[in-house]
Write a protein that binds this ligand. Structure first.
Ligand SMILES: [Zn+2]
Length: 323
């Protein structure tokens, strides 16, 4: 595993999104703070996803769809489903996983003739992203215009449903979806009309930091959630196994040194699937951190009894693609 020394937050003035990147050698910069690194617009313009092109194939009889994802090292790789299944009506579903605030580029081609499509989508937040709040509703997805080139289309917010333009047959079209910075499960359905009429692609996209685990109860620490937090974000103690192990070590060490003191209190860590921890229930980032499972707030008010000392104690240098 690479030792990661720096953590860079990159915010897009044009794109209005921020992507946390953990890399010693970032190749994409979103805010111009790293002058030696290309910004995302330049990068995409110069590095159209080379694998995206759907090759013409005479054996294709129906809609062809491929997906590409941009990694933090600036490579486009094909995004494969982590699972697929078919329901009792014969409808096929594909399951994908993508990290919060990440882009997937789609390429589409109907070999039969002119066609168009409609895409509908919805967010499933409660048992997945851990956000039990609805007002305001989650902001819509941001998508690029459907284009003949993957490198030129600008992104814009697009509430469901998204109506595609008329597209020519046997021609590859591209469009990108910028997934939210908050964790969620997105259900997407693409329905084709025209020459590819009757074809529907249904996908589930888990927007999540994979592999986070819940901090268990322990003798030497107290897990705390506020009354407000219990209502909106009831599961607030998720993190990487490494963070959890370190917190236990800290709590045990504190108890050993101050055996008669109250145990340390652990406040917010991360939500079950990570992503923005919007403590104001507004889907916005209130502070940096708490979105990848490597942060924990430890309160020592019970210990010091003088000031409310509130500090982040563990900021572990884990690579973004941990484990
Ligand atoms: Zn929330």
């Amino acid at each position: 595993m690479n030792k990661i020394k720096s953590k860079m937050y990159i915010c897009g003035a044009v794109w209005l999104f921020a992507i946390p990147v953990f890399s010693t050698e970032p190749v994409v910069d979103f805010d111009g703070k790293s002058p030696d690194v290309k910004n995302i617009k330049t990068f995409i313009a110069e590095n159209a996803p080379v694998l995206l092109s759907v090759p013409a194939n005479k054996t294709d009889s129906e809609l062809v769809v491929k997906r590409e994802i941009l990694t933090e090292t600036g490579e486009w790789i094909e995004l494969k489903p982590v699972g697929s299944w078919i329901d009792e009506h014969g409808t096929k579903y594909d399951q994908y996983t993508v990290k919060p605030n990440w882009v997937i580029m789609w390429s589409l081609r109907c070999p039969k003739g002119n066609w168009t499509a409609k895409k509908t989508y919805s967010f499933w937040n409660e048992q997945y992203g851990g956000h039990y709040h609805y007002d305001p509703p989650p902001p819509p997805l941001s998508v690029s215009s459907v284009s003949l080139s993957a490198s030129t289309a600008p992104f814009h917010t697009a509430p469901s449903p998204i109506i595609f333009p008329e597209m020519k047959g046997n021609t590859t079209y591209y469009y990108g979806v910028w997934y939210p910075a908050f964790a969620t499960k997105v259900q997407e359905q693409l329905e084709a009309y025209g020459a590819c009429q009757g074809i529907t692609k249904t996908n589930y996209i888990d927007v999540k930091i994979p592999g986070l685990v819940e901090m268990p109860e322990g003798q030497n620490y107290v897990l705390y959630n506020s009354e407000t937090g219990m209502g909106y974000h009831p599961d607030n103690h998720y993190g990487t196994q490494k963070l959890i192990d370190n917190l236990k070590t800290i709590a045990d060490g504190y108890r050993a040194v101050f055996p008669s003191a109250a145990p340390i209190q652990i406040n917010d860590m991360s939500l079950p699937w990570g992503g923005i921890f919007d403590i104001n229930q507004d889907w916005k980032r209130p502070f940096f951190g708490h979105d990848t499972g490597i942060d924990a707030d430890i309160v020592t008010t019970q210990v010091l009894r003088i000031f409310h000392v509130f500090f982040v104690v563990a900021k572990l240098a884990l690579p973004f693609w941990a484990e």
